[in-house]
Design a protein around this ligand. Structure first.
Ligand code: MD3
Ligand code: FE
Length: 203
């Protein structure tokens, strides 16, 4: 079933549950080639979530700034190709939310261990703000924080569980958002971790 978080942001509850084991297998394939790593922020902090990417563009952060890059700065190789099971799910979820022909070129994989979080931020590094963002949650649940166009705007909390898929388009695309510290938990597919996969048109 689907829930509206706000105009232009739809949660497709459990959309990815049936495919979750194969999705996790694809994540493992990717992260064997491009291991999860903690990136530095331009402000000098180390992110508590560790991340990897696949597809023709990958998101990177360092002291210089946030950006997309065709190469993994760690291996100096191109990012691994996006496994078809991942791109197909993204296109299908977008379609279910009313966005036709969503073909992402960037797939960011975030791994949260207990206590890891993501502070309020906007996603503004993509070239095309008209394309939606599709995100898939796997494993241990999280509380998503969703705000407005200003950092100080009121936020609402949205629980995200294993298999939930969110499609963020239109006005929601540039709103502030984050993840509260992950509570200790266990999921048979991911152990103590929460895995979030986000698909974007970045390049
Ligand atoms: C709302 N990731 O990678 S996914 C990120 O759970 C990120 O790992 C979070 O925020 C996570 O940038 C949240 C949901 C999400 C992704 C992008 C958005 C929500 C969004 C962009 C605009 C608005
Ligand atoms: Fe984000």
């Amino acid at each position: 079933w689907t829930e509206e978080i706000c105009k232009d942001a739809l949660v497709l509850r459990q959309f990815a549950v049936a495919q979750a084991p194969e999705l996790m297998q694809a994540v493992t394939e990717v992260t064997t080639q491009a291991p999860f790593r903690h990136m530095q922020t331009p402000g000098g902090y180390t992110m508590s979530a560790s991340l990897s990417s696949c597809g023709s563009m990958g998101w990177v952060s360092d002291r210089v700034g946030y950006r997309y890059s065709s190469h993994d700065p760690q291996s100096k190789q191109p990012w691994p190709a996006m496994p078809e099971i991942l791109s197909k799910l993204a296109t299908e979820a977008a379609e279910a939310a009313g966005y036709h022909r969503f073909y992402p070129d960037a797939c960011l994989i975030n791994r949260y261990t207990p206590g890891a979080k993501m502070s309020l931020h906007q996603d503004r590094n993509e070239r095309d703000y008209d394309a939606p963002i599709v995100s898939v949650s796997l494993g241990v649940p999280a509380t998503f924080l969703f705000g407005g166009m200003q950092r100080g705007d009121k936020t609402i909390k949205v629980p995200l569980a294993h298999g939930d898929v969110v499609v963020w388009g239109g006005e929601s695309r540039l709103k502030f958002h984050g993840i509260l510290p992950i509570k200790a938990g266990y999921h048979s597919l991911t152990g103590e971790d929460r895995i979030n996969i986000t698909f974007r048109v970045a390049g």
